[in-house]
Every structure is written in C-alpha cells, then in structure tokens.
Write a protein that binds this ligand. Structure first.
Ligand code: SAM
Length: 232
C-alpha cells in the first residue's frame, strides 16, 4: 500500500471502529455464547480473524433471505461465524464447517455446544479442498448457502468444489476480497490477492453465476466480500 493510502487508513480507522460499535450496540445484540465464541478467537491459530458481529448477522440474514437450511463453510476458526449460520438455519437445518486445525476445531466445538447448536453442525478437520472432495464423492445433498473464508490462495479450488456441492439458486459468499485495496493490483506478490483475483475472474467467466462485490470499512479495517448466486 502506498504511503498516502496508509496515512488515510490510519486516520480513518478509529471512526470506522466507532461506527461499527454504534451499529452493533444498536442492532446486533450478542448473547454470552456469541461473545464467548468471538473472544475465544484469541486462543486459535489466527486471532481476530473472525467476522465482525454485524458481518455475522449479515451472513445469517442472507441465509434466511435465501431460505437456506443446508450451509457449507470453509474456515471455522473458533466457530463465531458458524454460530451465526447455525442459528440462521434453525433446528431442522445443518451446517458443515471445514477447518484445517484440530486445535481450532476443538475450540469451535465448545463454542457451538454453548450456543446450543452443536447438534446441527459438523466440524470436519483437514485441508478443506480434500474434505470437500470427499463430500463430493459421497454424493452429499446440495448446500443452499456457502461461506468461503479459509486460506485465500485456495479460493478458486473452493469455488470449484462449491459448484459441485450446490444447486441452481444456491448462494455463495466469499470473504476478504479487498485486502486493503490490494485486489486491484494484477502484479501483486501476495498470493492471497492472487487467490481473490483468480476466483473473481472465474466467477465472471462462469455463465451459471451472477455476482457482485462490496468493499467495507469497519472494525476489521478495509475489506469486503463477494455475493454469488447460482442461476444455472
Ligand atoms: N469463518 C471464521 C469466522 O468468521 O469466525 C473465520 C475463519 S478464519 C478467517 C480462516 C480459517 O481457515 C482458520 O481457522 C484457518 O485455520 C482455516 N484454514 C486455513 N487453511 C485452511 C485449509 N487449507 N483448509 C481448511 N481450513 C483452513
């Protein structure tokens, strides 16, 4: 990032945080289970990598708007987004969440239990591309909603797997597609940026997919997400 951008971000971040805190206080009450899940992120391998509360609520609302009862998540961490998704699908719903690290999965399972949703969530441990391939080979019933939020260089592989595990009408959300503006740099040496650019190009090429992307500022800095709808 160039120096001018960095200064602007540094000066703006406090205000972004304040506005997020106001929105969350006003509209997104968290119960002790959500607070516990969010705070336990500190004990995972990627502290503070969970979505913000207002982003978690957005995911839950997108699920509900889509009428989703079967959700697939790439990247569990401490299960903060997973709790939002599991509550959104209701008692009859299912969430499958894929996580590389057993350490994180163990923390997530405790959080899911405390949130009262453990019986509707499967946290599957291992490299998500391999786990997803197993789900495909097992002929898993299609998912209605997918949240891709694991290692960013693998985004194209996760999209491909998601297409094998969804149906027309399913919704796919991909997080962290802005990366402090880095996404606009075709020559970026950052393989996470290249993972985002590659998956966006793939989405644009696929006639079955309709999509938009939004940049956001807030307690998680300057980032954004893509929402994809399968039309065919
Ligand atoms: N979705 C979570 C939330 O909002 O609460 C945050 C997920 S965090 C950004 C990314 C997670 O992906 C980490 O827990 C990390 O261990 C996991 N991860 C990284 N590489 C992975 C891989 N190859 N397969 C599965 N999970 C992976």
């Amino acid at each position: 990032m160039d120096e001018a951008r960095e200064t602007l971000m540094y000066e703006s971040e406090g205000a972004w945080r304040e506005v997020d805190a106001y929105f969350v206080d006003t509209l997104v009450p968290e119960d002790p289970a959500l607070i516990g899940a969010r705070e336990s992120g500190q004990r995972t391998t990627m502290p503070q990598a969970e979505v913000a509360p207002n982003q978690g609520k957005l995911l839950a609302m997108l699920c509900q708007i889509a009428g989703a009862t079967r959700v697939l998540e790439f990247g569990t961490l401490a299960g903060y987004s997973t709790v939002w998704l599991a509550r959104a699908v209701g008692v009859e719903g299912r969430v499958t969440s894929l996580e590389l690290e057993e350490h994180n999965a163990a923390i997530a399972r405790v959080n899911l239990d405390r949130a009262g949703v453990a019986d509707r969530v499967d946290v599957l441990v291992g490299p998500a591309a391999e786990t997803a391939q197993r789900l495909i080979e097992d002929g898993t019933e299609p998912y209605d909603f997918v949240f891709i939020d694991a290692d960013k260089p693998s985004n194209p592989a996760y999209l491909k797997a998601s297409l094998a595990l969804t149906r027309p009408g399913s919704v796919i959300v991909i997080d962290n597609v802005v990366r402090n503006g880095g996404v606009t740099d075709p020559g970026s040496p950052d393989d996470r940026v290249q993972g985002v650019r590659a998956v966006l190009a793939e989405i644009a090429r696929d006639a079955r997919l309709d999509a938009t992307a939004l940049q956001t500022v807030g307690s998680k800095g300057w980032d954004g997400f893509t929402v994809v709808r399968r039309t065919g």
